[in-house]
Structure formats: structure tokens, C-alpha cells
Ligand binder design. Structure first.
Ligand SMILES: Nc1ncnc2c1ncn2[C@@H]1O[C@H](COP(=O)(O)OP(=O)(O)OP(=O)(O)O)[C@@H](O)[C@H]1O
Length: 857
């Protein structure tokens, strides 16, 4: 217990699993947690002066129980016996061999195949915030820095299992990023540039960080350093598979903030088990492909050439069916090469997995052969980078048994003919066993006991077993060892002699096989990087094959990406809703055009349930898919390169999280306004609905005017609303156009036609929808009465009239000077750039300040 307590002191916030013989035991408060989470028995035991709680489980169940504790949000320190109890003097030496936390998990039971398990670190560096994401199970390591909003979006996209930050930032972190994450704090000194650089250089064995393109990203470097520090802290010293850092450049990707990622239901649905774009598109066949697809989805490209490179390849794969089928087949048989290779340095790879790795390399060889004859540039480049790692693949295949066991200490790992000593020992062991059979036969004949058996147990080794009916035939020279109910067990000197030979040989075989396997693992080390590269290329191939598959299966077409600003979609469909429709029903496609000249903003009205939201979202999703390099659900799509997609949805009650729902709605909308450009696509769904009609219309009205008039910024905008009054905007602003979704009234029913048509609509048919939803007839009748009276009194009409007479804005739109696109900003910037601070006198400085003040006006 003294040893336990001393170790526990070093890991106070972890549950300590303390190895005692064949068990992992937990004590005191750890035992209470373990019993509760694992459903194991909690016992009391005398422990020194007091009675302590105790709960334990057999050591071979470690994987299962460890996983449960970590999933339940606990940090777990695994404390093992560091020496052989047989040879140890006094108390066996023990130490923590691994600290497992939600973000530092390599166990297959904790990890999900199709998801990365990222450990993130955030460094608040004053002006910029740095962030890093590391998946120890795959070796991927990303760094970035930028505004808080940017880091927030990255956190939303990477969804780390654990986030690290400096202890002093506890309040700040919570205020900035909320309580969505599992977090852990580290000492402040870890978050310094010098320390971070030192630890990173040591990891990558380089003299500078230049090669990673991060030297001008101090905040990101600090975050990355903290991540590596934490890995060492959690007893993960062997990280040879973390070979590089990749920097994420904001300008390389189409930006979507976290509200957009959520509103478009890219990764998560708002309803349980609902469909997401990811689920709809994911037809990958390898785990690394599935993980990469997720990343492609939240980081769509922004460079035309790179998008077209993907689109060209998808087109090529669609045409070359045999090639695509061949590739898919080989990929299917590869398994999780990326995670297998990461297990090598972590010393977590077992013999069976090493064999899987060799088989995966055989697939690399096969893929190279298939790709050999292709004429697509991108595939050719990928093929050149594929490395079969033949020396190690052949060595594994030549030296290891075809189906080795999971545990190396079970033997049967190394083939015959690989090592002469091993062959000899195996000869002895088998011969010894043959000889035992001969003894059995010989003694059976000599004694006349036909049922005589030789068997083995751990207590007294090999023995002869005689059933009670033949007991009297046993010779006097045999030594009786055990009496059972219906049999007796004996040993003989001859039996013991052979036993020694066999058991000795078997022990030696296991030791030798373990050594040979370790040698094989050491030989694998230099191949970690090329195999990682192979895994990465397979992931890309998998995603592109998946796009080709989707295009054929779901009739997607190649989008045309151009440098213009316009968006023209012909017969577009919603990829997710379309797939969920019941058999026999088909999705009604729609054309949509947004351009800079005549149709920058569309005000979309239509009855409830007619498909306004669907149309809005499909426009965003088609744009997004095109930027991923995927074909799209439309017969034609011309898409001007887009830099940002914003989606905002009017408040609904399930969004509330302490704040009023309308406040949430306004907060979210406000954050768009400052970062829009003409290349942005803005989707607003019933913004303003969370307040009274007058307030709502006024806010919605002014948002549209603002987006219309922001000089030089005018983003393409789709605005769905129930406020028909907003249709009046078309008459007052040149680039606002009204559209509605058509429906047909048949008796007192409405039939949704779901077709987009020019012009606004007058009714919402909310009462029809209430009726369809099964509201009591009395209630529906009363609602109709109230509506009729309101309409009779022209309340609705009066508002319509007032809207018509609305004046133009009294105040010209004031551009934010901190908006990098504004002329004022550019002017101030130029002025400041010309100033040489070293030569400036105080009076000159005051004069400059006054000039700048004047510019702001
Ligand atoms: N083009 C379409 N073809 C087939 N079904 C569609 C289409 N558009 C929408 N739907 C179906 O109609 C349902 C309602 O659509 P949606 O939510 O877009 O309506 P809405 O006009 O936004 O309604 P509300 O104003 O009440 O929010 C969708 O869930 C979908 O199942």
C-alpha cells in the first residue's frame, strides 16, 4: 500500500490501475469509481490502519475495462510490475507504463474506425490564438493560428477528444469556447516559445522548423509544443510515427463557421439518427478514407486548379470502370494501414497485426500494378509516391507464420527454417512429445491398462492417469501424486526426464520467438514514414473512388468551377433529403441563379412545408460539394469560386443554451456581417422570426438592405421568410428578386408542387399545416375564424401598405474601418506603412494621429 500510495501521489487526478499478480486492483476512491463505472464488486479490506475499498479485475480484461473508464471521461494510469516477481527480491518494482486519457488513446476499443481521435492544445497568444491537433493513433499533426473565431471553427471541425490549455486560462477558455470539450490544464511555463521549439526540434530531429512552414506562427508552435509535452507526460516516449506538422492555411479552404457546419448538418444531424451530408456521401472502403472524407467535408478547397484536379480524377475513374473496380477491391482488403503503422513505435502491434501490415503492403503492390497503365496526371503522381516497402514486406511474409497468434508469448509466430536454434528446439519439443506418446503406449501394453492416458497440469507437470477400475494393475515403481473421485495420477522417473527436456525447450522457444519478433519490429522502424505515406495515398484514392461511385449511383454531375462571382444551378437537388425519400417518391429539382448584376439577393416565400429550407440548403450543399471536388446533385452547375458559406437559421427553442433564443439568432447573424466578400454565399432561413412581427420584419428588412448596399461586398444571398412584406424590397432595390415555391389548392387541401417560380407569395397556409399535423378540428376552425376577422380588418393589408411607404435609409451605411476591404482601412494602412517610427518626433506623431482621426471622419 505504501508503494501504491507513493505512485498515486504522482497521478492524483487519474484512476490508478495497480497490477498485483494476475489482477489490476484499484483502491480507495479509485475503487469506488471503478466499481461504479465497470460494474465490478467493491470490497472492503484491512489495509494498514484503516479499512479501504478495493475493486479489481483480471489483467487480461484490461482492454475492455480501460476503454470503459476512458469513455466515461476518466484519466487512467496503468501501473505494471516492472520486474519478474519470481526473481524479484522484496516487493516487486512497479511503475506507471501508460496514462490513458480521452485524447491520448491508441486502444482499438476506444477508437472509432471512421473518426480521428484528436488531442488539441490552444494557446492564447494575445493578438492571435494558436491551436494544434494531434492524433497519436495515426501520427497526424496539424497546426494553425488566427482569430478566436477561426480557432473556434477549427475546434468545431476537428472535434478533439481532449483540449489542453494553460492553467491560468481556465476562465478565458470557458468564456471563449464554452464547455463543449473535455479539457485538461497544464502549467503556464509549458506554453512558451523557447520550450516549444526545443521539444519540437527534438521530436523531428531537425535544426529548425522552417521545413514545416511554421516559423512565422509562434502561437501555433507553442500549442504544438504543449501537445508533445503532454504526450511525454502521459508516458508516451516513443513517437517516431509523428514525423511532421502540417500547417492549415485559412486561405486554402472555403470557410464555414461553426454555425454553418451545424446548420447544414454536415457531420451531425439535429435529430437523433438523422441523416447528415457525411453519412450520405461516405461510401469509402477504408477507415483512413472515411477519416479523410470527413476532413475534406469541413475543409473544402478554394483553389480552382486543385478542385479541378480532383474533379478530373473523379471523371477519369467514372470512365475507367475496370480500373476503378480493381482499385476499390484492393483498397477494401487493406484495413486500417494508418493505425497499424502507428502501433509500431508505440510498441502496441501484435504478431497478427504485423501480418496484416504485410498483407496491406501486398495490396499496395497490387494497386501500383493497377495504376501503372493509367493516364490521369494526378493518379500517376500518387502512384509514383506509393512505396511497396518490399524488403520488409518480404521479410515478414518469409519469416512469420501465416496466421500468427495475437499474443507473442503463445508461440507459433516465426516460421520453421528462419532460425536454426529455433528449429532445433522445436525438434526437441516435438520429439519429446512423440516420445511421451510412445511411453503411454509402452506402459499401456506392459500394464494391460488400455485407457492409460498421459496429460499435463501446472502443479506436477506430466502424469499418467489410471481409472479406478485398473488401479490394481499399477506397478509399484510408479509414484502416486493425486487421487480423484474415479481416477489416480502417477509420475515415473522416465516421464520426469522427458518433461524437463520438453518444458525447457518450450520456454526457450517462447523466449527466442519473442526476440525474433522484436527484431522484426526493429527492422520495421525505418519503414514507418513510407508506409504512412502509402496509407495517406490510399485514403485519397478511397475518397476519389467514393466520389466516382456516388456520381454514378446517385446521378451526380461534374460542376464547372470558374473565376466569376455567379452561381447557376440547373435542376439541383438536396443530396440528403433525396436519399431519404420513400420509394416511389422523387425529389423535385429546381434551378437557381444568383449573380452580381440583377439577382444578388433572392427573397423566398412559400407556404410552410413547401420546401424553402430544402432549397436554401441544397444550394449551399451543392456549392460545398463542388469545392470538395465531388460531382453534384444537379444536371448542371456553374459555380464561381466561393470563399465563404454562411448559413443562419431563425431561432428555434431547441437552440437555447442559457441565452434567449432570439439573442442566439442575432449573435449568430451579427458575426457574419464583418467578414463577407462578393465571393461569399449567405443563406438566411427565417431570420427575425424569433421576435414580434414588427421587430422581426424591421430587422430582416435592414439585414437585406445592408447586404445589398455594402459597397463592393454584396454577397450572393438567399433569404427564406414568412414575412411577405419583405417582397416589397424588390421594388426598392435593384438586385433583390422575389421568388416563391408553388403549391396548388384543391378544395381545402394544398398540394405541394415544390417548384420555384418568380414573384412573391401571399399566404403561409400555416393553418393547413396545423390541420395536417392533427390539431383538433375545433381549434382549427377557431384559427380560421380569427384569421378571417384579422384579414377583414385589413391588419395584414395595413402593414403591407406601411411597408410600401417605407423611406430609404436616413443614414448611409457606415463601413467598418477595420474591414480589410474598405478604402479607409487601406488608406490608413498605407499612411502607417510610410511612417518610420525611429525618426518620428512626438509632435509629428501627434500630427499623424490627427490625420488618421480625420480619415475616420
Ligand atoms: N424539392 C423537394 N422534393 C421533394 N420533397 C421535398 C422537396 N423540398 C422539400 N421536400 C420535403 O418537404 C419537407 C419540408 O420542407 P422544408 O423544411 O424545406 O419546408 P419549409 O418551406 O422550409 O417549411 P417551414 O416554412 O415550415 O419551415 C422536407 O423535409 C422534405 O421532406
Amino acid at each position: 500500500m505504501q508503494q501504491h500510495n507513493a505512485i498515486k501521489e504522482k497521478y492524483p487526478d487519474a484512476v490508478l490501475l495497480f497490477r498485483v499478480g494476475d489482477f489490476y486492483e484499484t483502491f480507495n476512491e479509485d475503487a469506488v469509481i471503478a466499481a461504479q463505472v465497470l460494474g465490478i464488486v467493491l470490497t472492503k479490506r484491512a489495509n494498514g490502519s484503516s479499512n479501504g475499498d478495493l475493486a479489481g479485475f483480471p489483467h487480461h480484461a484490461l482492454d475492455t475495462y480501460l476503454h470503459k473508464l476512458v469513455k466515461a471521461g476518466y484519466r487512467v494510469a496503468v501501473c505494471d510490475q516492472l520486474e519478474d516477481p519470481k526473481t524479484a527480491k522484496g516487493i516487486v518494482k512497479r511503475g506507471v507504463t501508460e496514462l490513458v486519457t480521452p485524447g491520448v488513446a491508441v486502444n482499438d476499443k476506444i477508437l472509432e474506425n471512421s473518426s480521428n481521435n484528436f488531442l488539441a492544445a490552444v494557446h492564447f497568444g494575445g493578438d492571435v490564438t494558436g491551436v494544434s491537433f494531434l492524433d497519436i493513433s495515426t501520427g497526424e499533426f496539424f497546426v494553425a493560428e488566427g482569430s478566436i473565431e477561426y480557432v473556434d471553427k477549427l475546434l468545431q471541425s476537428f472535434r478533439p477528444a481532449e483540449v489542453l490549455f494553460a492553467r491560468q486560462q481556465q476562465k478565458n477558455f470557458k468564456a471563449t469556447f464554452g464547455t463543449r470539450f473535455y479539457t485538461y490544464t497544464l502549467e503556464e511555463w509549458i506554453f512558451t516559445t523557447t520550450y516549444a521549439e526545443e521539444i519540437l526540434l527534438k521530436q523531428f530531429q531537425t535544426h529548425s522548423l522552417k521545413g514545416f512552414g511554421v516559423e512565422s506562427m509562434p502561437a501555433a508552435i507553442v500549442a504544438a509544443g504543449a501537445t508533445l509535452h503532454y504526450l511525454k507526460d502521459t508516458e508516451h516516449p516513443n513517437l517516431q510515427h509523428i514525423t511532421r506538422m502540417q500547417r492549415i492555411n485559412q486561405e486554402d479552404f472555403l470557410w464555414m463557421d461553426r454555425f454553418t457546419v451545424r446548420n447544414l448538418e454536415l457531420l451531425n444531424s439535429s435529430v437523433e439518427n438523422g441523416h447528415t451530408l457525411l453519412k450520405t456521401l461516405d461510401n469509402t472502403v477504408t477507415p483512413m478514407g472515411a477519416r479523410l472524407l470527413k476532413r475534406w467535408l469541413v475543409f473544402p478547397l478554394r483553389h480552382k486548379d486543385r478542385i479541378n484536379e480532383r474533379l478530373d480524377t473523379v471523371e477519369y475513374l467514372i470512365k475507367e470502370t475496370d480500373l476503378a473496380n480493381g482499385l476499390r477491391q484492393h483498397l477494401q482488403q487493406t484495413g486500417d494501414l494508418e493505425r497499424l503503422v502507428s502501433k509500431i513505435p508505440l510498441k502496441k502491434i501484435n504478431p497478427r497485426e504485423v501480418m496484416q501490415l504485410a498483407r496491406a503492403l501486398q495490396q499496395v503492390e497490387a494497386v501500383k500494378a493497377v495504376l501503372g497503365s493509367n493516364t490521369n496526371d494526378y493518379l500517376q503522381r500518387l502512384n509514383e509516391k506509393l512505396d511497396v516497402c518490399a524488403p520488409i514486406m518480404n521479410r515478414i511474409l518469409n519469416e512469420m507464420m501465416e496466421t500468427p497468434p495475437v499474443l507473442v508469448n503463445k508461440g507459433g509466430v516465426i516460421k520453421d527454417g528462419v532460425n536454426a536454434e529455433l528449429d532445433e528446439l522445436r525438434g526437441i519439443a516435438t520429439k519429446g512429445k512423440d516420445y511421451l506418446l510412445q511411453i503411454q503406449q509402452k506402459e499401456s501394453e506392459a500394464t494391460g491398462i488400455p485407457s492409460l492416458k498421459i496429460a499435463f497440469n501446472n502443479v506436477f507437470g506430466y502424469y499418467l492417469e489410471v481409472t479406478n477400475t485398473h488401479k490394481n494393475k499399477v506397478p509399484a515403481t510408479w509414484i502416486r501424486k493425486q487421487t480423484l473421485a474415479n481416477a489416480e495420477r502417477y509420475i515415473t522417473p522416465e516421464l520426469k526426464e522427458y518433461e524437463e527436456k520438453i518444458v525447457g525447450a518450450e520456454d526457450k522457444i517462447l523466449a527466442l520467438e519473442t526476440r525474433l519478433f522484436d527484431e522484426l519490429l526493429a527492422a520495421l522502424q525505418p519503414f514507418i514514414e513510407p508506409i504512412q505515406q502509402d496509407a495517406h495515398i490510399f485514403a485519397r484514392l478511397d475518397c476519389l473512388l467514393c466520389f466516382a461511385h456516388n456520381a454514378v449511383q446517385y446521378k451526380y454531375r461534374r460542376p464547372e468551377i470558374n473565376d466569376g462571382f455567379d452561381l447557376r444551378i440547373t435542376e439541383g437537388r438536396h443530396p440528403v433529403i433525396e436519399r431519404g425519400l420513400p420509394p416511389g417518391e422523387s425529389y423535385v429539382s429546381n434551378d437557381i441563379t444568383l449573380d452580381k448584376e440583377a439577382q444578388q439577393i433572392i427573397i423566398l416565400t412559400g407556404p410552410n412545408m413547401s420546401g424553402k429550407s430544402a432549397l436554401l440548403r441544397q444550394t449551399a450543399l451543392i456549392t460545398l460539394m463542388a469545392h470538395m471536388g465531388s460531382f453534384v446533385p444537379a444536371t448542371r452547375a456553374e459555380i464561381g469560386l466561393t470563399d465563404k458559406i454562411f448559413t443562419r437559421v431563425g431561432a428555434s427553442d431547441n437552440l437555447s443554451g442559457g441565452e434567449s433564443t432570439f439573442m442566439v439568432e442575432m449573435n449568430e447573424t451579427a458575426s457574419i456581417i464583418n467578414s463577407i466578400t462578393p465571393r461569399s454565399l449567405v443563406i438566411l432561413d427565417e431570420i427575425g422570426r424569433g421576435t414580434s412581427t414588427y421587430d422581426g420584419i424591421s430587422i430582416a428588412w435592414s439585414i437585406v438592405e445592408y447586404l445589398h448596399d455594402m459597397s463592393g461586398h454584396q454577397p450572393k444571398t438567399l433569404f427564406a421568410t414568412h414575412y411577405h412584406e419583405l417582397n416589397e424590397l424588390e421594388n426598392k432595390h435593384a438586385r433583390v428578386k422575389n421568388f416563391h415555391i408553388t403549391n396548388m389548392e384543391s378544395g381545402n387541401k394544398i398540394i405541394f408542387l415544390r417548384k420555384l417560380a418568380p414573384g412573391g407569395s401571399r399566404h403561409s397556409f400555416g393553418i393547413h399545416v396545423a390541420k395536417m399535423a392533427g390539431m383538433p378540428p375545433e381549434l382549427i376552425n377557431r384559427a380560421n375564424e380569427v384569421l378571417a376577422q384579422l384579414e377583414e380588418k385589413h391588419i395584414d393589408g395595413a402593414l403591407q401598405q406601411q411597408v410600401k411607404n417605407l423611406s430609404t435609409p436616413t443614414q448611409k451605411l457606415q463601413l467598418n474601418i477595420f474591414d480589410a476591404h474598405s478604402d479607409t482601412f487601406q488608406g490608413i494602412r498605407e499612411k502607417l506603412e510610410r511612417v518610420d517610427i525611429n525618426r518620428l518626433t512626438p509632435v509629428e506623431a501627434l500630427l499623424k494621429l490627427s490625420e488618421i482621426k480625420e480619415m475616420i471622419g
